[in-house]
Design a protein around this ligand. Structure first.
Ligand SMILES: NC(=O)c1ccc[n+]([C@@H]2O[C@H](COP(=O)([O-])OP(=O)(O)OC[C@H]3O[C@@H](n4cnc5c(N)ncnc54)[C@H](OP(=O)(O)O)[C@@H]3O)[C@@H](O)[C@H]2O)c1
Length: 305
């Protein structure tokens, strides 16, 4: 069957357009166009939405202009920054994170997350009350802390003993407080992110035959970037208004995961330490059942095989 001439010429027209904004498209922003934010921007652009995207760096604006319609400099630690543009949008993804320091610094976490969400709250106060908004905030399964490998779903109380987890939990609370009759708030707690350019399996394999200076008895959790993009889209399509773990199916300890990767590659096993070398530990078999029960599926359910 051939397309009707009208449809064919519409497709041609859309293909010529660099950023086709479809009539069905929404006005959406990605706060923090980093590793995940950029991938979401590309997917949303394909869906025909009009996009705003932020970076902290002026020098990234030109590059960002290739994937969003309106690139904006936004730095939550800079009081001159503003999210005023967010007042008129249909959807917002909060995917900013402190990315400047190589070490986790609790003050930087506090300033970045809490400062940024405060700015977002102020911008949203300017919105007409009845205007619908879907907000998705990317949090971390790190908030569960050390549960000694126990099965962990969203009903479990988060760890607020470690100061970093306390900040992440406060950030979740701030986002939740933005919920209203017209504002849906979805929190996606992510596992450690891997994907193109963040090749965690290759990194683990590079330890074959040597000693990894981390506790291999802890159970971390993982999620491929493609599945984060799909999870964010799923949240928007289903108007999600709750908290969900977004992790893959793997619930191996660090040692078990590297053993399987090494066996698969025919390499000697790596040894891991059996005691913690850091005070911030995630050790939990994090369940993704709640999101799956809604019909969400993973394209990368496991790092192995
Ligand atoms: N990485 C993980 O394994 C992991 C695990 C669980 C959850 N998460 C969460 O997943 C989300 C996405 O992570 P990602 O790996 O894509 O992060 P990323 O690549 O480090 O990108 C972070 C983005 O935030 C921006 N940013 C940094 N400091 C900022 C500030 N003070 N104010 C405003 N924006 C700021 C960065 O700006 P520039 O464009 O200038 O760099 C960048 O666009 C984050 O919310 C993170 O907390 C990540």
């Amino acid at each position: 069957m051939t397309s009707s001439p009208d449809l064919a010429s519409l497709y041609q027209l859309l293909a010529k357009e660099q950023r086709p904004i479809l009539p069905s498209g929404e006005r959406r922003a990605i706060l923090g166009c980093g590793y995940v934010g950029e991938a979401v921007a590309k997917a949303w652009r394909q869906e025909g939405h009009e996009l705003w995207g932020t970076t902290t760096r002026h020098e990234r604006l030109a590059n960002l202009a290739e994937i969003v319609d309106t690139p904006v400099v936004f730095d939550s630690t800079d009081p001159r920054s503003s999210l005023k543009f967010a007042g008129s949008l249909d959807g917002i993804l909060a995917s900013f994170a402190p990315s400047k320091a190589s070490q986790v610094d609790v003050n930087q976490y506090r300033e970045t997350f809490l400062g940024g969400l405060q700015m977002l709250a102020e911008a949203l106060q300017q919105r007409p009350r009845q205007t619908p908004l879907q907000l998705v905030h990317l949090s971390s399964c790190g908030v569960y802390g050390n549960r000694h490998g126990a099965l962990t779903d969203e009903t479990v109380r988060v760890d607020s003993l470690h100061p970093v987890n306390e900040v992440l939990a406060m950030a979740e609370d701030m986002v939740q407080s933005l919920r209203s009759e017209s504002v849906n708030v979805c929190i996606l707690r992510l596992g450690g992110i891997y994907g193109p350019g963040r090749d965690i399996p290759a990194m683990l394999l590079s330890a074959a035959g040597s000693v990894v200076q981390r506790n291999g008895q802890n159970v971390p959790c993982w999620i491929h970037r493609d599945d984060i993009v799909r999870g964010v889209s799923f949240a928007f399509e289903h108007n999600l208004n709750d908290t969900y773990n977004l992790v893959n199916d793997t619930q191996y300890t660090g040692q078990e995961l590297t053993d399987r990767l090494c066996e698969q590659a025919g390499l000697p096993l790596a040894k891991w330490l059996t005691t913690d070398t850091t005070d911030r530990v995630l050790n939990a078999r994090v369940s993704n059942a709640k999101l799956k029960q809604l019909g969400f599926t993973l394209t990368q359910p496991s790092m192995v095989g």
